[in-house]
Design a protein around this ligand. Structure first.
Ligand code: ADP
Length: 585
Protein backbone atom coordinates (compact mmCIF):
# COMPACT_ATOMS: atom_id res chain seq x y z
CA UNK A 1 0.00 0.00 0.00
CA UNK A 2 3.04 2.24 0.17
CA UNK A 3 3.19 2.36 -3.60
CA UNK A 4 1.72 5.31 -5.44
CA UNK A 5 0.02 2.87 -7.82
CA UNK A 6 -2.12 1.36 -5.11
CA UNK A 7 -2.79 4.74 -3.57
CA UNK A 8 -4.06 5.94 -6.93
CA UNK A 9 -6.23 2.85 -7.37
CA UNK A 10 -7.64 3.29 -3.87
CA UNK A 11 -8.25 6.97 -4.48
CA UNK A 12 -10.14 6.27 -7.70
CA UNK A 13 -12.22 3.59 -6.02
CA UNK A 14 -13.06 5.84 -3.08
CA UNK A 15 -14.04 8.66 -5.44
CA UNK A 16 -16.15 6.37 -7.59
CA UNK A 17 -17.71 4.74 -4.54
CA UNK A 18 -18.60 8.05 -2.94
CA UNK A 19 -19.93 9.55 -6.18
CA UNK A 20 -21.98 6.47 -6.97
CA UNK A 21 -23.24 6.21 -3.42
CA UNK A 22 -24.33 9.83 -3.34
CA UNK A 23 -25.97 9.67 -6.73
CA UNK A 24 -27.56 6.32 -5.79
CA UNK A 25 -29.02 7.81 -2.62
CA UNK A 26 -30.22 10.79 -4.59
CA UNK A 27 -31.85 8.57 -7.21
CA UNK A 28 -33.50 6.39 -4.56
CA UNK A 29 -34.80 9.35 -2.56
CA UNK A 30 -35.98 11.01 -5.74
CA UNK A 31 -37.71 7.84 -6.97
CA UNK A 32 -39.28 7.30 -3.55
CA UNK A 33 -40.61 10.84 -3.56
CA UNK A 34 -41.94 10.53 -7.10
CA UNK A 35 -43.59 7.21 -6.37
CA UNK A 36 -45.16 8.66 -3.19
CA UNK A 37 -46.38 11.66 -5.11
CA UNK A 38 -47.85 9.43 -7.79
CA UNK A 39 -49.48 7.20 -5.15
CA UNK A 40 -50.91 10.20 -3.33
CA UNK A 41 -52.27 11.53 -6.61
CA UNK A 42 -53.81 8.20 -7.31
CA UNK A 43 -55.37 8.08 -3.85
CA UNK A 44 -56.73 11.63 -4.26
CA UNK A 45 -58.18 10.74 -7.66
CA UNK A 46 -59.66 7.59 -6.14
CA UNK A 47 -61.25 9.61 -3.37
CA UNK A 48 -62.59 12.09 -5.95
CA UNK A 49 -64.03 9.23 -7.96
CA UNK A 50 -65.77 7.88 -4.84
CA UNK A 51 -67.13 11.31 -4.19
CA UNK A 52 -68.21 11.90 -7.77
CA UNK A 53 -69.39 8.49 -8.84
CA UNK A 54 -70.58 6.87 -5.67
CA UNK A 55 -71.45 9.25 -2.92
CA UNK A 56 -74.04 11.20 -4.90
CA UNK A 57 -76.02 8.07 -5.38
CA UNK A 58 -76.15 7.22 -1.69
CA UNK A 59 -79.62 6.18 -0.83
CA UNK A 60 -79.60 3.70 1.97
CA UNK A 61 -77.18 1.32 3.44
CA UNK A 62 -77.98 -2.01 1.91
CA UNK A 63 -77.93 -1.32 -1.77
CA UNK A 64 -75.38 1.32 -1.53
CA UNK A 65 -72.78 -1.08 -0.26
CA UNK A 66 -73.54 -3.40 -3.17
CA UNK A 67 -73.30 -0.63 -5.68
CA UNK A 68 -70.18 0.77 -4.04
CA UNK A 69 -68.35 -2.52 -4.22
CA UNK A 70 -69.42 -3.07 -7.77
CA UNK A 71 -68.22 0.30 -8.89
CA UNK A 72 -65.05 0.47 -6.91
CA UNK A 73 -63.68 -2.90 -5.96
CA UNK A 74 -60.39 -2.74 -7.75
CA UNK A 75 -57.79 -4.81 -6.06
CA UNK A 76 -56.80 -6.03 -2.67
CA UNK A 77 -54.10 -3.42 -2.55
CA UNK A 78 -56.46 -0.48 -2.95
CA UNK A 79 -59.29 0.01 -0.45
CA UNK A 80 -62.03 2.59 -0.40
CA UNK A 81 -64.30 3.43 2.56
CA UNK A 82 -67.05 5.87 3.23
CA UNK A 83 -67.53 6.93 6.82
CA UNK A 84 -70.28 9.04 8.24
CA UNK A 85 -69.69 12.20 10.27
CA UNK A 86 -69.31 10.10 13.41
CA UNK A 87 -66.56 8.06 11.88
CA UNK A 88 -68.63 4.91 11.43
CA UNK A 89 -68.03 2.99 8.23
CA UNK A 90 -71.05 3.01 6.02
CA UNK A 91 -69.60 1.50 2.90
CA UNK A 92 -66.36 -0.31 2.23
CA UNK A 93 -64.60 -2.28 -0.48
CA UNK A 94 -62.97 -4.36 2.23
CA UNK A 95 -65.96 -6.43 3.23
CA UNK A 96 -69.23 -7.25 1.57
CA UNK A 97 -71.09 -7.94 4.78
CA UNK A 98 -71.41 -6.24 8.04
CA UNK A 99 -69.81 -5.51 10.42
CA UNK A 100 -67.69 -3.13 8.40
CA UNK A 101 -64.25 -2.39 9.74
CA UNK A 102 -64.03 0.46 12.15
CA UNK A 103 -61.21 2.86 11.57
CA UNK A 104 -59.84 5.19 14.23
CA UNK A 105 -56.92 6.70 12.45
CA UNK A 106 -55.49 10.15 12.87
CA UNK A 107 -56.13 10.92 9.20
CA UNK A 108 -59.82 10.27 9.76
CA UNK A 109 -59.87 12.46 12.83
CA UNK A 110 -58.10 15.15 10.84
CA UNK A 111 -60.67 14.83 8.03
CA UNK A 112 -63.44 15.01 10.54
CA UNK A 113 -62.12 18.40 11.56
CA UNK A 114 -62.20 19.42 7.90
CA UNK A 115 -58.59 18.88 6.86
CA UNK A 116 -57.80 16.15 4.34
CA UNK A 117 -54.71 14.22 5.40
CA UNK A 118 -52.28 11.55 4.30
CA UNK A 119 -50.54 8.99 6.44
CA UNK A 120 -47.81 6.55 5.51
CA UNK A 121 -46.43 3.44 7.03
CA UNK A 122 -49.60 2.26 8.76
CA UNK A 123 -49.62 -1.52 9.11
CA UNK A 124 -52.94 -3.18 8.70
CA UNK A 125 -54.61 -6.22 7.19
CA UNK A 126 -56.23 -6.45 3.78
CA UNK A 127 -59.49 -8.19 2.98
CA UNK A 128 -57.73 -11.55 2.83
CA UNK A 129 -56.18 -10.92 6.21
CA UNK A 130 -52.58 -10.28 4.98
CA UNK A 131 -50.48 -7.74 6.77
CA UNK A 132 -49.82 -4.72 4.63
CA UNK A 133 -48.19 -1.34 4.92
CA UNK A 134 -50.66 1.30 3.81
CA UNK A 135 -50.61 4.80 2.45
CA UNK A 136 -53.87 6.26 3.73
CA UNK A 137 -55.83 9.33 2.75
CA UNK A 138 -58.95 10.78 4.34
CA UNK A 139 -60.96 13.69 3.04
CA UNK A 140 -64.19 15.21 4.32
CA UNK A 141 -67.25 15.60 2.10
CA UNK A 142 -69.49 18.49 3.11
CA UNK A 143 -73.17 18.80 2.32
CA UNK A 144 -74.67 22.20 2.88
CA UNK A 145 -71.55 23.43 4.61
CA UNK A 146 -71.43 20.58 7.09
CA UNK A 147 -69.18 17.61 7.06
CA UNK A 148 -71.37 14.67 6.26
CA UNK A 149 -69.05 11.94 5.10
CA UNK A 150 -65.41 11.07 5.31
CA UNK A 151 -63.85 9.28 2.39
CA UNK A 152 -61.06 7.09 3.65
CA UNK A 153 -58.92 5.39 1.03
CA UNK A 154 -55.71 3.51 1.39
CA UNK A 155 -53.21 1.86 -0.84
CA UNK A 156 -50.69 -0.89 -0.22
CA UNK A 157 -47.21 0.61 -0.58
CA UNK A 158 -45.62 -2.75 -1.30
CA UNK A 159 -45.34 -2.06 -5.04
CA UNK A 160 -43.71 1.25 -4.41
CA UNK A 161 -41.39 -0.35 -1.90
CA UNK A 162 -40.64 -3.19 -4.32
CA UNK A 163 -39.92 -0.71 -7.09
CA UNK A 164 -37.58 1.22 -4.88
CA UNK A 165 -35.97 -1.99 -3.68
CA UNK A 166 -35.43 -2.90 -7.31
CA UNK A 167 -33.88 0.45 -7.99
CA UNK A 168 -31.65 -0.03 -4.94
CA UNK A 169 -30.55 -3.45 -6.19
CA UNK A 170 -29.91 -2.03 -9.65
CA UNK A 171 -27.88 0.81 -8.23
CA UNK A 172 -25.97 -1.53 -5.91
CA UNK A 173 -25.24 -3.92 -8.80
CA UNK A 174 -24.12 -1.00 -10.92
CA UNK A 175 -21.92 0.11 -8.03
CA UNK A 176 -20.30 -3.32 -7.78
CA UNK A 177 -19.78 -3.54 -11.55
CA UNK A 178 -18.46 0.01 -11.69
CA UNK A 179 -16.10 -0.66 -8.83
CA UNK A 180 -14.80 -3.84 -10.43
CA UNK A 181 -14.39 -2.15 -13.81
CA UNK A 182 -12.90 0.93 -12.14
CA UNK A 183 -10.44 -1.24 -10.21
CA UNK A 184 -9.13 -2.78 -13.40
CA UNK A 185 -9.10 0.48 -15.33
CA UNK A 186 -7.60 2.50 -12.50
CA UNK A 187 -4.96 -0.17 -12.02
CA UNK A 188 -4.04 0.02 -15.70
CA UNK A 189 -4.11 3.79 -15.59
CA UNK A 190 -2.09 3.99 -12.38
CA UNK A 191 0.40 1.56 -13.80
CA UNK A 192 0.84 3.59 -16.97
CA UNK A 193 1.38 6.62 -14.79
CA UNK A 194 3.69 5.02 -12.27
CA UNK A 195 5.66 2.71 -14.57
CA UNK A 196 8.11 5.44 -15.68
CA UNK A 197 8.45 6.51 -12.05
CA UNK A 198 9.27 2.94 -11.03
CA UNK A 199 11.84 2.71 -13.84
CA UNK A 200 13.28 6.05 -12.76
CA UNK A 201 13.47 4.87 -9.16
CA UNK A 202 15.25 1.68 -10.23
CA UNK A 203 17.68 3.63 -12.36
CA UNK A 204 18.32 6.08 -9.54
CA UNK A 205 19.19 3.12 -7.32
CA UNK A 206 21.51 1.75 -10.04
CA UNK A 207 23.03 5.20 -10.33
CA UNK A 208 23.70 5.27 -6.62
CA UNK A 209 25.40 1.88 -6.99
CA UNK A 210 27.67 3.31 -9.64
CA UNK A 211 26.04 2.09 -12.89
CA UNK A 212 26.09 5.36 -14.71
CA UNK A 213 25.89 4.27 -18.31
CA UNK A 214 22.22 3.33 -18.52
CA UNK A 215 19.91 5.55 -20.53
CA UNK A 216 16.17 5.39 -19.90
CA UNK A 217 14.10 5.71 -23.10
CA UNK A 218 11.90 8.82 -23.04
CA UNK A 219 8.40 7.72 -24.13
CA UNK A 220 6.39 10.89 -23.68
CA UNK A 221 6.93 14.60 -23.45
CA UNK A 222 4.77 15.13 -20.40
CA UNK A 223 6.15 15.94 -16.94
CA UNK A 224 7.35 12.36 -16.44
CA UNK A 225 8.98 12.39 -19.88
CA UNK A 226 10.73 15.65 -19.03
CA UNK A 227 11.81 14.23 -15.70
CA UNK A 228 13.24 11.16 -17.46
CA UNK A 229 15.05 13.39 -19.95
CA UNK A 230 16.52 15.47 -17.17
CA UNK A 231 17.42 12.34 -15.27
CA UNK A 232 19.30 10.96 -18.29
CA UNK A 233 21.09 14.30 -18.67
CA UNK A 234 21.99 14.30 -14.98
CA UNK A 235 23.34 10.72 -15.19
CA UNK A 236 25.41 11.64 -18.25
CA UNK A 237 26.87 14.72 -16.59
CA UNK A 238 27.51 12.78 -13.42
CA UNK A 239 29.22 10.06 -15.40
CA UNK A 240 31.41 12.61 -17.14
CA UNK A 241 32.29 14.39 -13.92
CA UNK A 242 33.05 11.15 -12.11
CA UNK A 243 35.13 9.91 -15.05
CA UNK A 244 37.20 13.06 -15.12
CA UNK A 245 37.54 12.99 -11.35
CA UNK A 246 38.61 9.35 -11.46
CA UNK A 247 41.12 10.18 -14.17
CA UNK A 248 42.49 13.06 -12.11
CA UNK A 249 42.55 10.90 -9.02
CA UNK A 250 44.43 8.05 -10.65
CA UNK A 251 46.84 10.54 -12.21
CA UNK A 252 47.43 12.09 -8.82
CA UNK A 253 47.76 8.67 -7.24
CA UNK A 254 50.30 7.61 -9.86
CA UNK A 255 52.26 10.80 -9.24
CA UNK A 256 52.13 10.34 -5.48
CA UNK A 257 52.95 6.65 -5.75
CA UNK A 258 55.98 7.18 -7.94
CA UNK A 259 57.28 10.19 -6.09
CA UNK A 260 60.68 10.00 -4.46
CA UNK A 261 59.20 11.96 -1.56
CA UNK A 262 56.87 10.54 1.05
CA UNK A 263 53.46 12.15 1.30
CA UNK A 264 50.99 11.71 4.16
CA UNK A 265 47.66 13.37 4.81
CA UNK A 266 45.80 13.51 8.11
CA UNK A 267 42.25 14.75 8.53
CA UNK A 268 41.02 17.18 11.15
CA UNK A 269 40.53 14.35 13.63
CA UNK A 270 44.15 13.30 13.16
CA UNK A 271 43.27 10.13 11.24
CA UNK A 272 45.59 9.09 8.47
CA UNK A 273 43.72 9.41 5.20
CA UNK A 274 46.51 9.08 2.69
CA UNK A 275 49.99 7.60 2.67
CA UNK A 276 52.07 6.92 -0.43
CA UNK A 277 54.53 4.07 -0.84
CA UNK A 278 57.57 6.17 -0.08
CA UNK A 279 56.18 7.48 3.21
CA UNK A 280 55.57 3.88 4.34
CA UNK A 281 59.14 3.04 3.44
CA UNK A 282 60.54 6.06 5.27
CA UNK A 283 58.51 5.62 8.44
CA UNK A 284 58.43 1.82 8.31
CA UNK A 285 54.71 1.16 8.59
CA UNK A 286 52.31 -0.87 6.52
CA UNK A 287 48.70 -0.42 5.40
CA UNK A 288 47.44 2.72 7.14
CA UNK A 289 48.68 1.89 10.59
CA UNK A 290 50.19 5.19 11.64
CA UNK A 291 48.68 7.61 14.11
CA UNK A 292 49.55 11.27 14.15
CA UNK A 293 50.96 10.77 17.63
CA UNK A 294 53.39 8.11 16.34
CA UNK A 295 54.41 10.41 13.49
CA UNK A 296 54.95 13.27 15.94
CA UNK A 297 57.09 10.99 18.10
CA UNK A 298 59.14 9.77 15.17
CA UNK A 299 59.70 13.21 13.72
CA UNK A 300 60.01 14.97 17.06
CA UNK A 301 57.37 17.66 16.41
CA UNK A 302 54.75 18.86 18.81
CA UNK A 303 51.37 17.44 17.81
CA UNK A 304 49.36 20.42 19.05
CA UNK A 305 51.72 22.95 17.53
CA UNK A 306 51.28 21.40 14.07
CA UNK A 307 47.48 21.48 14.32
CA UNK A 308 47.69 25.15 15.38
CA UNK A 309 49.44 26.14 12.13
CA UNK A 310 47.70 28.82 10.11
CA UNK A 311 46.99 28.36 6.40
CA UNK A 312 50.17 28.96 4.36
CA UNK A 313 52.32 28.34 7.44
CA UNK A 314 54.63 25.33 7.48
CA UNK A 315 56.77 23.56 10.00
CA UNK A 316 59.94 21.75 9.06
CA UNK A 317 62.03 19.29 10.97
CA UNK A 318 64.81 16.82 10.25
CA UNK A 319 64.98 13.44 11.90
CA UNK A 320 67.06 10.30 11.54
CA UNK A 321 65.57 6.89 11.05
CA UNK A 322 67.87 3.90 10.69
CA UNK A 323 70.72 5.24 8.55
CA UNK A 324 68.59 7.80 6.78
CA UNK A 325 68.11 11.50 7.35
CA UNK A 326 64.61 12.68 6.55
CA UNK A 327 63.25 16.17 6.29
CA UNK A 328 59.57 16.46 7.24
CA UNK A 329 57.52 19.43 6.21
CA UNK A 330 54.07 19.91 7.82
CA UNK A 331 51.51 22.14 6.15
CA UNK A 332 47.80 22.53 6.83
CA UNK A 333 45.27 22.19 4.00
CA UNK A 334 41.97 24.03 3.95
CA UNK A 335 38.45 23.37 2.75
CA UNK A 336 36.32 25.59 0.50
CA UNK A 337 35.72 28.03 3.31
CA UNK A 338 39.42 28.38 4.02
CA UNK A 339 39.06 26.50 7.28
CA UNK A 340 41.83 24.06 8.12
CA UNK A 341 40.74 20.53 7.28
CA UNK A 342 43.88 18.57 8.04
CA UNK A 343 47.62 18.34 7.67
CA UNK A 344 49.80 17.26 4.76
CA UNK A 345 53.24 15.96 5.55
CA UNK A 346 55.98 15.75 2.91
CA UNK A 347 58.99 13.60 3.75
CA UNK A 348 62.23 14.03 1.83
CA UNK A 349 65.23 11.78 2.06
CA UNK A 350 68.12 14.19 2.62
CA UNK A 351 70.67 11.49 3.44
CA UNK A 352 72.64 12.25 0.26
CA UNK A 353 72.69 15.95 1.09
CA UNK A 354 73.81 15.17 4.58
CA UNK A 355 76.53 12.82 3.38
CA UNK A 356 77.66 15.34 0.78
CA UNK A 357 77.78 18.02 3.40
CA UNK A 358 79.73 15.75 5.70
CA UNK A 359 82.04 14.86 2.83
CA UNK A 360 82.53 18.48 2.00
CA UNK A 361 83.47 19.29 5.59
CA UNK A 362 85.72 16.26 5.78
CA UNK A 363 87.29 17.17 2.45
CA UNK A 364 88.12 20.71 3.58
CA UNK A 365 89.54 19.31 6.82
CA UNK A 366 91.54 16.74 4.83
CA UNK A 367 92.93 19.30 2.37
CA UNK A 368 93.93 21.60 5.22
CA UNK A 369 95.51 18.74 7.04
CA UNK A 370 97.35 17.42 3.96
CA UNK A 371 98.77 20.86 3.21
CA UNK A 372 99.53 21.75 6.78
CA UNK A 373 101.96 18.87 7.27
CA UNK A 374 104.35 19.77 4.41
CA UNK A 375 103.97 23.47 5.25
CA UNK A 376 104.94 22.82 8.87
CA UNK A 377 107.93 20.79 7.70
CA UNK A 378 109.01 23.56 5.28
CA UNK A 379 108.51 26.16 8.00
CA UNK A 380 110.61 24.31 10.60
CA UNK A 381 113.44 23.52 8.14
CA UNK A 382 113.58 27.03 6.74
CA UNK A 383 113.65 28.45 10.30
CA UNK A 384 116.48 26.12 11.24
CA UNK A 385 118.31 27.25 8.11
CA UNK A 386 117.74 30.88 8.99
CA UNK A 387 118.94 30.26 12.49
CA UNK A 388 122.37 29.32 11.22
CA UNK A 389 122.11 25.92 9.65
CA UNK A 390 122.56 27.59 6.29
CA UNK A 391 126.27 27.94 7.06
CA UNK A 392 126.73 24.25 7.39
CA UNK A 393 126.73 23.35 3.81
CA UNK A 394 125.94 19.64 4.08
CA UNK A 395 123.05 20.09 6.50
CA UNK A 396 121.75 23.01 4.46
CA UNK A 397 121.74 20.88 1.32
CA UNK A 398 119.83 18.10 3.12
CA UNK A 399 117.30 20.57 4.48
CA UNK A 400 116.76 22.13 1.10
CA UNK A 401 116.21 18.68 -0.39
CA UNK A 402 113.56 18.02 2.22
CA UNK A 403 111.96 21.39 1.60
CA UNK A 404 111.99 20.68 -2.12
CA UNK A 405 110.35 17.28 -1.71
CA UNK A 406 107.67 18.73 0.55
CA UNK A 407 106.98 21.38 -2.08
CA UNK A 408 106.77 18.59 -4.67
CA UNK A 409 104.35 16.78 -2.45
CA UNK A 410 102.17 19.87 -2.12
CA UNK A 411 102.37 20.34 -5.87
CA UNK A 412 101.16 16.75 -6.40
CA UNK A 413 98.27 17.29 -4.01
CA UNK A 414 97.31 20.58 -5.61
CA UNK A 415 97.60 19.07 -9.09
CA UNK A 416 95.40 16.11 -8.13
CA UNK A 417 92.91 18.39 -6.42
CA UNK A 418 92.77 20.60 -9.46
CA UNK A 419 92.16 17.61 -11.67
CA UNK A 420 89.37 16.36 -9.40
CA UNK A 421 87.83 19.79 -9.25
CA UNK A 422 87.87 19.94 -13.06
CA UNK A 423 86.30 16.50 -13.27
CA UNK A 424 83.65 17.57 -10.75
CA UNK A 425 82.76 20.71 -12.61
CA UNK A 426 82.99 18.83 -15.91
CA UNK A 427 85.56 21.26 -17.19
CA UNK A 428 87.79 18.44 -18.34
CA UNK A 429 87.13 17.57 -21.93
CA UNK A 430 87.71 13.97 -22.88
CA UNK A 431 89.28 13.33 -26.20
CA UNK A 432 87.63 9.95 -26.80
CA UNK A 433 88.88 7.94 -29.72
CA UNK A 434 88.80 4.41 -30.94
CA UNK A 435 91.75 2.81 -29.14
CA UNK A 436 93.10 -0.74 -28.94
CA UNK A 437 93.20 -1.48 -25.22
CA UNK A 438 95.87 -4.16 -25.76
CA UNK A 439 98.33 -1.43 -26.80
CA UNK A 440 97.64 0.70 -23.74
CA UNK A 441 98.19 -2.29 -21.45
CA UNK A 442 101.38 -3.27 -23.24
CA UNK A 443 102.73 0.25 -22.95
CA UNK A 444 101.86 0.67 -19.27
CA UNK A 445 103.14 -2.69 -18.11
CA UNK A 446 106.41 -2.18 -19.97
CA UNK A 447 106.87 1.23 -18.39
CA UNK A 448 106.13 -0.01 -14.88
CA UNK A 449 108.05 -3.25 -15.19
CA UNK A 450 111.40 -1.47 -14.64
CA UNK A 451 110.06 0.43 -11.61
CA UNK A 452 108.69 -2.79 -10.14
CA UNK A 453 111.98 -4.51 -10.77
CA UNK A 454 113.61 -1.83 -8.61
CA UNK A 455 111.63 -3.28 -5.75
CA UNK A 456 112.57 -6.73 -6.83
CA UNK A 457 109.05 -7.32 -8.05
CA UNK A 458 107.85 -9.02 -11.15
CA UNK A 459 105.16 -7.42 -13.32
CA UNK A 460 103.68 -9.66 -15.95
CA UNK A 461 101.07 -8.99 -18.57
CA UNK A 462 99.09 -11.83 -20.05
CA UNK A 463 98.11 -10.43 -23.43
CA UNK A 464 94.80 -11.63 -24.86
CA UNK A 465 94.60 -13.03 -28.36
CA UNK A 466 91.67 -10.91 -29.36
CA UNK A 467 91.94 -7.22 -30.04
CA UNK A 468 90.04 -5.19 -27.48
CA UNK A 469 88.77 -2.01 -29.09
CA UNK A 470 87.45 0.69 -26.79
CA UNK A 471 86.50 4.32 -27.23
CA UNK A 472 88.52 6.24 -24.67
CA UNK A 473 90.69 9.23 -23.96
CA UNK A 474 94.02 7.33 -24.12
CA UNK A 475 95.88 9.81 -21.97
CA UNK A 476 93.37 9.56 -19.12
CA UNK A 477 93.19 5.79 -19.31
CA UNK A 478 96.98 5.68 -19.15
CA UNK A 479 96.73 7.72 -15.98
CA UNK A 480 94.23 5.21 -14.52
CA UNK A 481 96.30 2.16 -15.53
CA UNK A 482 99.43 3.75 -14.18
CA UNK A 483 97.80 4.55 -10.88
CA UNK A 484 96.38 1.08 -10.36
CA UNK A 485 99.56 -0.73 -11.45
CA UNK A 486 101.71 1.57 -9.29
CA UNK A 487 99.44 0.89 -6.30
CA UNK A 488 99.75 -2.85 -6.92
CA UNK A 489 103.50 -2.94 -6.44
CA UNK A 490 103.52 0.00 -4.04
CA UNK A 491 101.42 -1.91 -1.53
CA UNK A 492 103.21 -5.23 -1.99
CA UNK A 493 106.40 -6.37 -0.32
CA UNK A 494 109.58 -7.12 -2.20
CA UNK A 495 109.83 -10.21 -4.29
CA UNK A 496 106.13 -10.46 -5.12
CA UNK A 497 104.26 -10.77 -8.38
CA UNK A 498 101.91 -8.31 -10.07
CA UNK A 499 99.83 -9.84 -12.82
CA UNK A 500 97.83 -7.92 -15.42
CA UNK A 501 95.25 -10.03 -17.29
CA UNK A 502 92.07 -9.48 -19.31
CA UNK A 503 88.63 -10.96 -19.67
CA UNK A 504 85.83 -10.45 -22.17
CA UNK A 505 82.15 -10.43 -21.24
CA UNK A 506 79.05 -9.50 -23.22
CA UNK A 507 79.29 -5.82 -22.56
CA UNK A 508 82.75 -5.24 -21.15
CA UNK A 509 86.44 -5.82 -21.52
CA UNK A 510 87.77 -6.32 -18.04
CA UNK A 511 91.34 -5.70 -16.96
CA UNK A 512 92.42 -7.44 -13.73
CA UNK A 513 95.48 -6.11 -11.86
CA UNK A 514 96.36 -8.70 -9.27
CA UNK A 515 99.01 -8.44 -6.56
CA UNK A 516 100.08 -10.54 -3.59
CA UNK A 517 100.49 -7.51 -1.38
CA UNK A 518 99.20 -6.31 1.95
CA UNK A 519 95.58 -6.37 0.80
CA UNK A 520 92.78 -4.15 1.96
CA UNK A 521 90.65 -5.08 5.00
CA UNK A 522 86.95 -5.60 4.18
CA UNK A 523 85.70 -2.56 6.09
CA UNK A 524 87.98 -0.26 4.08
CA UNK A 525 87.23 -1.67 0.63
CA UNK A 526 84.13 0.45 0.08
CA UNK A 527 85.88 3.64 1.06
CA UNK A 528 89.19 3.50 -0.77
CA UNK A 529 87.67 5.38 -3.73
CA UNK A 530 86.82 8.35 -1.48
CA UNK A 531 89.02 11.40 -1.61
CA UNK A 532 92.00 11.32 0.75
CA UNK A 533 90.95 7.94 2.04
CA UNK A 534 93.89 5.77 2.89
CA UNK A 535 93.96 2.53 4.82
CA UNK A 536 97.26 3.35 6.43
CA UNK A 537 97.86 7.09 6.22
CA UNK A 538 101.51 7.03 7.34
CA UNK A 539 102.45 4.27 4.95
CA UNK A 540 100.74 5.87 1.98
CA UNK A 541 102.34 9.21 2.71
CA UNK A 542 105.70 7.56 3.08
CA UNK A 543 105.24 6.16 -0.37
CA UNK A 544 104.39 9.55 -1.77
CA UNK A 545 100.67 8.86 -2.13
CA UNK A 546 98.13 11.66 -1.92
CA UNK A 547 95.09 9.45 -1.29
CA UNK A 548 93.47 10.97 -4.39
CA UNK A 549 94.67 8.54 -7.07
CA UNK A 550 91.82 6.01 -6.82
CA UNK A 551 89.12 8.67 -6.65
CA UNK A 552 90.49 10.30 -9.80
CA UNK A 553 90.69 6.86 -11.49
CA UNK A 554 87.10 6.11 -10.51
CA UNK A 555 85.87 9.46 -11.88
CA UNK A 556 87.67 8.86 -15.17
CA UNK A 557 86.29 5.32 -15.53
CA UNK A 558 82.78 6.51 -14.75
CA UNK A 559 83.15 9.22 -17.37
CA UNK A 560 83.89 6.47 -19.89
CA UNK A 561 80.80 4.52 -18.91
CA UNK A 562 82.96 2.00 -17.08
CA UNK A 563 83.86 1.23 -13.49
CA UNK A 564 86.52 0.00 -11.05
CA UNK A 565 85.83 -2.78 -8.58
CA UNK A 566 87.97 -4.26 -5.85
CA UNK A 567 88.40 -7.75 -4.44
CA UNK A 568 90.89 -8.08 -1.67
CA UNK A 569 91.94 -10.09 1.35
CA UNK A 570 94.17 -8.70 4.02
CA UNK A 571 97.79 -9.96 3.80
CA UNK A 572 96.89 -12.03 0.76
CA UNK A 573 96.57 -9.54 -2.04
CA UNK A 574 94.26 -7.41 -4.10
CA UNK A 575 92.56 -7.66 -7.48
CA UNK A 576 91.54 -4.35 -8.99
CA UNK A 577 89.25 -4.75 -12.01
CA UNK A 578 88.71 -2.05 -14.62
CA UNK A 579 85.52 -2.40 -16.69
CA UNK A 580 85.66 -0.90 -20.19
CA UNK A 581 82.48 -0.82 -22.26
CA UNK A 582 83.02 -2.52 -25.60
CA UNK A 583 83.24 -0.18 -28.53
CA UNK A 584 80.46 -0.71 -31.02
CA UNK A 585 80.75 1.00 -34.37
P1 ADP B 1 97.42 6.65 -2.45
O1 ADP B 1 97.93 7.85 -3.13
O2 ADP B 1 97.45 6.70 -0.99
O3 ADP B 1 97.89 5.40 -3.06
P2 ADP B 1 94.99 5.87 -3.70
O4 ADP B 1 93.75 6.64 -3.92
O5 ADP B 1 95.68 5.44 -4.94
O6 ADP B 1 95.88 6.76 -2.78
O7 ADP B 1 94.64 4.64 -2.83
C1 ADP B 1 93.89 4.80 -1.67
C2 ADP B 1 94.26 3.78 -0.63
O8 ADP B 1 93.83 2.48 -1.05
C3 ADP B 1 95.71 3.63 -0.41
O9 ADP B 1 96.16 4.55 0.53
C4 ADP B 1 95.82 2.21 0.10
O10 ADP B 1 95.62 2.18 1.48
C5 ADP B 1 94.72 1.49 -0.59
N1 ADP B 1 95.18 0.70 -1.76
C6 ADP B 1 95.09 1.05 -3.05
N2 ADP B 1 95.52 0.07 -3.86
C7 ADP B 1 95.93 -0.93 -3.04
C8 ADP B 1 96.51 -2.24 -3.25
N3 ADP B 1 96.75 -2.71 -4.51
N4 ADP B 1 96.80 -2.99 -2.18
C9 ADP B 1 96.56 -2.54 -0.95
N5 ADP B 1 96.03 -1.31 -0.67
C10 ADP B 1 95.72 -0.52 -1.71
Amino acid sequence: MRSIKWKLVLLYLVIIFVVMLLSGIYIIVQTQNNEMKKAKNELEQYATRIQEQVLESYDGEENFQQAFRKTLLTSASLQGNILNEKGETIATTVSSVKPYPNYKYSVIISAMTGAPAFSTGKIGVDNQGFLREWLSYATPVSVDGKIKYIIFVRMDTKNIKDGIQQTKITIFTALIFTLVAASVLSYIFARTLTEPIIILTRRARDLARGHLNQVIPVKSDDEVGQLTGNFNYMAKELNRTIESMTREKSKLEAVLHNMADGVLAFDYNRNLIHANQMSKEFLEFSDMNLSFQELAEKTGVNEEEVYMLLPEETKETTFAIEDRYINASFAPYTNNENIIDGIVVVLQDITKHKILEEMRKEFVANVSHELRTPLATIKSYSETLMNGAIDEREIAADFLKIINSEVDRMTFIVKDLLQLSRLDSRQTSFDKKEVVLNDLLEENTNKNRILAANKNQLLIYIAPKATMTVEVDAQRINQVLNNIITNAYKYSPEGTLVKVSTEETDKYYKVHIKDNGIGIPKEHQKRIFERFYRVDKARSREMGGTGLGLSIAKEIMTEHGGNITVESEQDKGTIMTLHFPKYVK
